[in-house]
Design a protein around this ligand. Structure first.
Ligand code: ADP
Ligand code: ZN
Length: 710
């Protein structure tokens, strides 16, 4: 059976090796046991149940909350020649009936169902009549009431265990934390399942977070222009309004940006999602409502224009970039306003105290993460109890180390200013006091008489905002619940005020500086290769349009990149490319091989001139004279002299190697060039001046050597 699984891996999916725990998980299921699988996004969770479903007798039932995704997955499987179908509310009765018939007749390898459909008595009865290979519960963290993707129907999935005790079950998720893991096991009755936890690192994602100086949008544009021209990406904003504005603004800058949020009609959302999947280089600007159903492998960047509420959310949202394993960017820019707003939202939410505490803790962790001055990946993995020994070298703090400074004294000034003014004011006012501004409000409160008035003139307003942001982020200050943005001291600020704790804060760098990161880019293909890359992409696009599927369903970028590298020209060579299984080999190899051949042929036209010159030189070095070479190669003497002249010019050979002339003859001709030739060094006047004594070919060679002299 394990052999059979491996056979499926290579012949159906076109992969040569398993990844992470795939092999062990597949083995476990084939043996008829249960499994809980935690694997990062893009890690390859699907294969964990797809392969055993095919290897085992019967159909694999896949439960997924993501209706939008089902169809895409089924189409992709069908492209591989797998007998797959889905059942959800988007099918009409007739179509649903047809799928049920297939199920009854054992004509399916995989069936995707929405949980609410699965739970109907009718469907459960139907399942009892069909041979079942396994149950796969995808996005298993949806059982967690603490998580943001909670689905009540998921809780009832433990029924499967009661009604089908002998059928192996597998639960899968990319959500990492311990609490969720426990909930999955308990709620789905998977106590006997083996747990497979893969590391959570996404090494191909480059993380970077910077602090806005009020120009986040411009920075985003610059980031896209510099690093992601024509790439697909997602931009996350907190509010619908900001989504609309940002999408509009990016469009006005000639980018293909589309809005996506819950306030848009279902049709518009569907349309934008489809364009994102099928067209090249679409940028979706979205609230977090977008993404869960998106399985697009070649999203090259995820940008946040606001802070996510937790590290889990950040990890999940950024995780939508680079599922194909190629380099991708997670870029975020946020500011003081974000911090204040999120804190307020949290304070004013009507969640119960326990929830609030958890949320507050999560936000605090996110803020701490954003302000880090050490490797982001190390911190991110540590948060999920994972471990990375060395700084990663692929995050902003690794690429451009952050400078810190001892900010204890300024922090004390900032904190005392809050205290002395009665903890009733917001940042802008506090900074005015520190800077000793003269205005009515300050005079009205007689704050110009305070000891803190004007004690902060060593910094400017921008720098003070940064200080306040960092103090709030470190929870030394809290934001009021009334929603005016007033700051209050927290318990934690005492040691700083008393001078018992030195505080190191990040020095704000100018944005230009942080942009100079040495990025690995997918576009780093050589110039010559990029023509082939574009040609292959074009071929893929045509095939995709003919079949009405997204381009990545034909082949992933990674597969095209491998074609660029290896330039396969036979079916045999083509079948060795990762991602090429038997079905796709049969369906697409010819088309792509043709493109590769055309590319190679058009290139040899230029390279043939080097080849033919090489041949002339080879014969020359073997002792032949120019005329003999011409004879031997059946070419005109002029062509051979052309080769020789070029070689002389390029310093490959000396003049006397190329021509049979005495030194004095050479001198004569050289002089003729210097005396008789015009600016362009035409041959004719020299030929005539020397009364036709020397052939044009000889003159050409001497001229080449004169060029060298000048
Ligand atoms: P996940 O569901 O964990 O996010 P997927 O199952 O969608 O990830 O897999 C991510 C990508 O990796 C897919 O394109 C998949 O085909 C590819 N993949 C999975 N397993 C392997 C493997 N063993 N070798 C090469 N590519 C793989
Ligand atoms: Zn790092």
């Amino acid at each position: 059976m394990d052999d059979k699984a491996r056979q499926i891996l290579s012949s159906v999916f076109g992969y040569s090796d398993y990844r992470y725990h795939q092999q062990a998980v597949i083995h476990q299921l084939i043996q008829g046991h249960d499994a809980v699988v935690l694997m990062p996004t893009g890690g390859g969770k699907s294969l964990c149940y797809q392969i055993p479903a095919m290897a085992r007798n019967g159909v694999g039932i896949v439960i997924s909350p993501l209706i939008a995704l089902m169809q895409d997955q089924v189409v992709a499987l069908q492209q591989l020649g797998v007998r797959a179908a889905f059942l959800n509310s988007t099918l009409d009765t007739e179509m649903a009936y047809a799928v049920e018939q297939q199920l009854r007749h054992g004509d399916l390898d995989l069936l995707y169902v929405a949980p609410e459909r699965l739970m109907t008595d009718r469907f459960l009865n139907l399942l009892e009549q069909a041979p079942i290979a396994l149950f796969a519960i995808d996005e298993a963290h949806c059982v967690s009431q603490w998580g943001h993707d909670f689905r009540p129907e998921y809780i009832r999935l433990s029924v499967l265990h009661e009604r089908f005790p002998d059928i192996p079950r597998i639960a899968l998720t990319a959500t990492a934390d311990e609490a969720t893991r426990k909930e999955i096991i308990q709620r789905l009755a998977l106590e006997n399942a083996e747990l497979f936890v893969s590391g959570f690192d996404r090494p191909n994602i480059c993380y970077s977070i910077s602090q806005t100086q009020g120009n986040a949008r411009e920075e985003l544009l610059r980031f896209i222009r510099n690093e992601h021209e024509n790439d697909a990406g997602i931009v996350y904003c907190l509010s619908r309004k900001k989504v609309e504005q940002t999408a509009e603004w990016l469009s006005s800058k000639n980018l293909k940006a589309l809005p996506y949020h819950a306030g848009l009609s279902a049709q518009v959302r569907q349309l934008h999602q489809q364009r994102f999947l099928k067209e090249d280089g679409i940028i979706i600007v979205a609230t977090i409502a977008f993404g869960m159903g998106i399985d697009k492998p070649d999203v090259r960047f995820v940008a946040h224009l606001n802070l996510p509420k937790s590290i889990e959310a950040y990890y999940q949202e950024t995780g939508r970039a680079g599922r194909d394993g190629l380099p991708a960017n997670a870029w975020m820019m946020y500011g003081l306003q974000d911090v204040i707003m999120l804190k307020q939202m949290m304070e004013t939410s009507d969640a119960d105290a326990a929830h609030k505490r958890v949320e507050h803790h999560k936000l605090q962790s996110m803020l701490g993460f954003s302000e880090l001055t050490t490797c982001r990946r190390q911190a991110l993995l540590k948060y999920f109890d994972d471990y990375l020994e060395q700084p990663c070298g692929n995050c902003d703090t690794c690429l451009t180390p952050v400078e810190t400074w001892d900010a204890t004294v300024v922090a004390q000034k900032a904190l005392s200013c809050v205290y002395k003014t009665g903890q009733r004011f917001g940042v802008t006012y506090l900074i005015d006091i520190l800077l000793g501004k003269d205005n009515d409000r300050i005079r009205q409160f007689a704050h110009d008489t305070l000891s803190v008035y004007g004690i902060g003139k060593e910094l400017d307003a921008r720098q003070w905002r940064s200080i306040y942001r960092q103090l709030i982020a470190r929870n030394l200050l809290s934001v009021d619940i009334e929603g005016h943005g007033n700051l209050r001291l927290t318990e934690q600020c005492r040691p700083v005020l008393r001078g018992e704790l030195t505080l190191h804060l990040r020095k704000e760098t100018r944005q230009e500086k942080s942009q100079q990161r040495g990025r690995k880019s997918i576009r780093n293909i050589k110039q010559a290769d990029s023509t082939l890359w574009e040609a292959l992409r074009h071929c893929r696009k045509t095939l995709a349009e003919e079949r009405g599927v997204p381009p990545f369903v034909i082949f992933h970028d990674a597969t095209l990149m491998e074609m660029v590298d290896r330039q396969p020209r036979t079916q045999e060579q083509f079948s060795k490319i990762t991602g090429v299984g038997e079905k796709k080999l049969g369906a697409y190899a010819d088309a792509f091989i043709k493109v590769i051949e055309q590319h190679i042929n058009s290139n040899t036209d230029t390279s043939s001139s080097t080849d033919t010159m090489e041949e002339t030189l080879r014969l020359l070095r073997s002792g032949m004279k120019a005329d003999e070479i011409a004879n031997h190669r059946n070419l005109k003497p002029a062509t051979i002299y052309n080769h020789l002249a070029k070689s002389i010019e390029q310093g490959e050979i000396e003049l006397h190697q190329a021509v049979d002339l005495t030194d004095s003859e050479i001198k004569t001709i050289q002089n003729a060039f210097l005396n008789f030739s015009d600016e362009d060094k035409k041959l004719k006047p020299v030929y005539e001046a020397l009364e036709g004594e020397f052939d044009y070919g000889l003159l050409q060679c001497v001229k080449a050597s004169v060029n060298e002299l000048i």
